[in-house]
Design a protein around this ligand. Sequence first.
Ligand SMILES: Cc1cc2nc3c(=O)[nH]c(=O)nc-3n(C[C@H](O)[C@H](O)[C@H](O)COP(=O)(O)O)c2cc1C
Length: 259
Amino acid sequence: MVTSLTSEVEVDIYDVIFKRKSIRKYDNSPLDEGVLNRISEELNNLTPLYDDIKTDVKIISGDDVKLRSMKQAPHYLAIFSENKEGYLTNLGFMLQQMDLLFSASGIGSCWQGIPSPKGHVLKSSDLNFIILIAFGMPTEPLHREDTSEFKRKSLENITDIEDADELLEPVRLAPSAINSQPWFFTGTKDMILAYSNKPNFLKAVFVNKYIPIDVGIAIYHLKVSAEHFKKTTKIMFNKNETTPKGCNYYATLKLDSEG
Ligand SMILES: Cc1cc2nc3c(=O)[nH]c(=O)nc-3n(C[C@H](O)[C@H](O)[C@H](O)COP(=O)(O)O)c2cc1C
């Protein structure tokens, strides 16, 4: 459960996964100062995948962004990180927490790989700029009404784990750059290995940079799902894990029953 950014209402983040969507049309008026302060507080409380990687997230205005044909939002999260093994997966895992919290709070958001911040924003951090997330009040429906509205691969195409359909459904619904859904989950329902598929040559040009972010997002959805089913999650990186041909290994999730 999380507390909404816009009221004291408690929301189950698991439920949000089944209705969230990327929002691309925004009311241009800025959010209330109080809400922006709550967002800043939450940014300081995000759970990292790896706690030895320095990250920095700034709230910037739409005027601080080179849009490159994307529609402007009133606010953006500008996400910076040091360049260390696992840093993109770490950011996907961390910032998907905000994407779901925005959606749970009536605020629209969208990961944005195409636009970039203007020079003064880039100079404002010692870390490397990685990606933006647009956010603000939506002027289109915030939520999907039914999971059939998600354009996603079927479970058989993203996993070969038996008896884990309910557990993995939230992973199937995770967002990814150009909706490429580059993930594959194997192992057992108590010890899940997260891989990405190598994209074909043409797709690779667009998605290579984003694949580790996408997998981090999917791993976060898996953690939320496991906790919903009363499992604790230990996420490990096993350098010696065997990797099927055409795949990249990201993480192993050990799921145990609570208590
Ligand atoms: C890493 C990443 C980068 C993205 N970049 C863009 C972008 O530049 N522009 C855009 O309109 N959507 C972008 N998206 C949103 C995806 O297109 C969207 O998540 C996907 O099509 C699935 O749709 P949904 O989020 O509505 O479920 C990005 C998503 C991710 C995860």
